[in-house]
Design a protein around this ligand. Sequence first.
Ligand SMILES: C[S@@+](CC[C@H](N)C(=O)[O-])C[C@H]1O[C@@H](n2cnc3c(N)ncnc32)[C@H](O)[C@@H]1O
Length: 418
Amino acid sequence: MTDQDEPVITVIGLDGEGLGEHAAAALARATCVVGSERHLDSVALPDGARRIPMTNLAAAVDELFASAGPAAVLASGDPGFFGIVRALRARGARPRVIPAVSSIATAFARIGLPWDDAVVVSAHGRADQGRSARRALAAALAHPKAAVLTAPGATAPAAFLPELLRAGREVYVAQRLGARDEAVTRVTDAAAAAADDWAFPNVVLAVAPERSVASAMTWMPGHQGAPEGWALPEGQFEHRRSMITKSEVRAVALARLAPRPGTVVWDVGAGSGSVAVECARFGAHAVAFERNSGDCERVRANARAWGVSVEVREGRVPEVLDEQAGPVPPDAVFFGGGDEAAIAGTLRRHRPERVVAALASVDRVRPTRDTLLAHGYTAEGTQLQASRLADLPNGSLRLAAANPVTLVWGVQGRGADE
Ligand SMILES: C[S@@+](CC[C@H](N)C(=O)[O-])C[C@H]1O[C@@H](n2cnc3c(N)ncnc32)[C@H](O)[C@@H]1O
């Protein structure tokens, strides 16, 4: 705070390295000190200062505001990074901030890797812990280098480690960084991944071994945003006898699927996996379901060629969905292949927010629409028929017609149920 009559709040970041000169001076002046028990115990409080444990953020901030003299807030790492500074500013305070090293920076330093190419996700989420964990996991699975800020309960390391390990990542749990009992543990087996005895606080790191250091320096941390190009030409994918969703159809399908970091998109009847690859390029965690093993190989090759990770599940949908270690539930599902049973079976087991089906057969349009409505989805559709420019031998142009395709799509919760 800058006004003379307002108490000054100094937010002091802690990283176990001891207080710097300015932080020590601000703490010494404080008449009240707010922080977690762990942080309050880690420093010598000035004589006579009120000690306010932060069990409830709003109540602690109330007490802070009621304080007559200068106040100090103790927080972990850089308090401006997923920390208390946001809440204080939201309440109108203008705190002075003295940051320490963020837990993410320290964790990557401990394993000796740069982290400007990492995606950093917070799994903290008061309202919907399950969704926060799923979103964080999806972002971590889609990116070659990720750090997850965890919390006890639904967003503890066990919510992330098994899937990250299965996806071939090198995974670490960096516990109590800066404390005397700090431990950075590499997790290599499924039993350890499922354990729930990690010391808190901790962060999870996940690194794709072959891309632990990006080949070129990125200019922006994390996912780089929309890809350079999308609705890519069919020629840019390996495919079997044109078993690939054409680029014009793919463009509309992608728009309806809305792939982005933190989402999981399934590509059912993936064929070449072009839809899955494009969703992964947008930052989604993509899962391709395909019963033909040759096509599964092609999906893997296409993902490799485009430098993205796509999880490939060989088998028939919906039966393959009942495998023990099932894939992460979807936010959106694209049906490029498969029949009505695949759609109905998927919607019976999961409630993706968005569903898109590409249908070559007109006979399937009504049943697909009815299946969406019966499961409580909206149902809209459009027929797409592109004619591409082509050359005639005499040098003039013609329009080469592609087969029409009907796209049927729906959004959860606004269908016939209402
Ligand atoms: C609200 S965030 C605060 C992040 C903090 N501002 C920073 O820069 O590190 C809290 C989370 O940070 C991580 N964290 C904070 N201190 C840590 C520590 N000493 N060791 C490991 N992780 C820590 C944990 O994931 C914890 O749940």
